[in-house]
Design a protein around this ligand. Structure first.
Ligand code: NDP
Length: 398
């Protein structure tokens, strides 16, 4: 979510427009403005994949909530290998209204979901449901013969994640987790600088992500109910810190995990899930990733810091939809803050990357196995926090 979502009150411009009549004009404007730029662009984040023929992969969006309507669906306007052909929703009126706005004419409800198996106009499915429903709807789509890109966090438990990966293998279809940061230009630039050695040897990473959960706001309400959320702040927002930090440590391995809860005592919001957790990932390379996640912070925080022997990078914010930036310090130069690209590119780049991977039937840049990895790490974080910070020994390759 971006900072606007997280307040529960201050909806972004895209959210206000999308879902209404204005969405069509926004999409058209966005498409015309970006069409020239998009032509000839490489598949951001997936340079190893061949470019695709002009026919686009056809997508069904499952769950027409805040994120799908505000970000995912408008993002397709800038995609060049992907288009939406179907909506799956429990709200037929909303689905048809969005269909009118985006030129989508195929509709399913949850009871009729398995019928997508007989729909040749659907190649890929995007799961944008509450987390507790991810495993079921992902597995049903894979069994229907579709490729699936599932929102983060992948699901509620490691066992579910394993079942999802196995379902993809059995169906010979691709499963990805929608870790959009891997397709975001500023985070890709940070990865490039770190792996090129521009910070010198990387010594430490810190990751802080949080916002204030508002139980009156429907998209926050289910996040506070364990059955639908799977977990608390760690699952929803802490997972960005874990996944983004590990993105910068290719080839490393998590060997130990420790954590403490930081949930405020007596806060009625957190009867079912934790309000906050501070964690440490011990890496085989000797680096520690020091992280925190919270549902009790204001304003919204999305901060990543990378400390090298010669220089450091701070990204604040690091994982928003539209505002990520890089502060480079050290290396004998004055501090410099800059943007390496427009963060909004990440949405189209992500679905185009998945479309290309699905067409070639090769793993996506952020495959199901990466989601399973992060589920294992989060399970270890909870195990340590449940045991007052005792170190949990793990052996989890990045
Ligand atoms: P919302 O509550 O806004 O939307 C969820 C949608 O799921 C609902 O609108 C509804 O759509 C459908 N749904 C089906 N069953 C239920 C149910 N029992 N309770 C509630 N909703 C139901 O949530 P978000 O859009 O914020 O989150 C959806 C997913 O996207 C989550 O997995 C979340 O983690 C992820 N997300 C990812 C972000 C990112 O940056 N990558 C940012 C924000 C969210 P309908 O009415 O059409 O049936």
């Amino acid at each position: 979510m971006d900072k606007a979502d997280k307040t529960g009150t201050n909806l972004s411009r895209r959210e206000l427009l999308a879902g209404g009549a204005a969405a069509a004009s926004l999409a058209a404007l966005s498409a015309s403005a970006s069409a020239q730029e998009a032509i000839g662009q490489p598949l951001l984040g997936n340079p190893q994949l061949p470019d695709m023929p002009s026919d686009r992969m056809r997508w069904a969006i499952v769950g027409l909530g805040t994120f799908a309507v505000g970000q995912v669906i408008p993002g397709f306007a800038e995609a060049r290998h992907s288009r939406i052909t179907a909506f799956v929703s429990g709200n037929a009126e909303k689905a048809r209204r969005l269909g009118d706005a985006y030129g989508v004419s195929r509709f399913y409800d949850y009871a009729g979901y398995d019928e997508i198996a007989n729909d040749p106009e659907i190649d890929c499915v995007f799961i944008a449901l509450p987390v507790g429903l991810h495993a079921e709807y992902t597995i049903r789509a894979l069994q229907a013969g579709k490729h699936v890109l599932c929102e983060k966090p992948m699901c509620s438990t490691v066992a579910e994640a394993e079942a999802m990966v196995e379902a993809a293998r059995a169906a010979n279809r691709q499963l990805g987790v929608a870790y959009r940061v891997h397709f975001e230009p500023n985070n890709r630039e940070t990865l490039r600088r770190i792996t090129a050695g521009e910070l010198g040897a990387l010594r430490h990473i810190s990751a802080d992500h949080g916002f204030s959960a508002n139980p009156q706001y429907p998209p926050h309400k289910w996040r506070l109910e364990k059955q639908l959320s799977g977990g608390g702040s760690l699952f929803d927002i802490g997972v960005y810190g874990i996944n983004t930090s590990l993105m910068m440590l290719p080839g490393d391995r998590v060997v130990g995990v420790s954590a403490h809860y930081s949930t405020p005592a007596g806060d009625a919001r957190f009867a079912e899930v934790e309000g906050g957790v501070d964690y440490r990932l011990r890496m085989a390379s000797g680096i520690n990733v020091q992280g925190s996640s919270s549902y009790c912070w204001s304003p919204y925080v999305s901060r990543q810091r990378y400390f090298g022997a010669d220089a450091s990078i701070e990204m604040q914010p690091a994982t928003t939809y539209d505002d990520n930036r890089i502060l480079l310090e050290g290396g004998g130069q004055p501090p410099r803050e800059f943007r390496a690209g427009n963060p909004m590119q990440q949405f189209a780049a992500q679905v185009d990357g998945f479309s290309a991977a699905a067409r070639a039937n090769v793993p996506h840049l952020t495959p199901g196995e990466m989601g399973l990895r992060d589920m294992r790490i989060m399970e270890a974080i909870y195990a340590s926090a449940d045991n007052d910070g005792a170190v949990v020994a793990v052996n989890i390759p990045v």
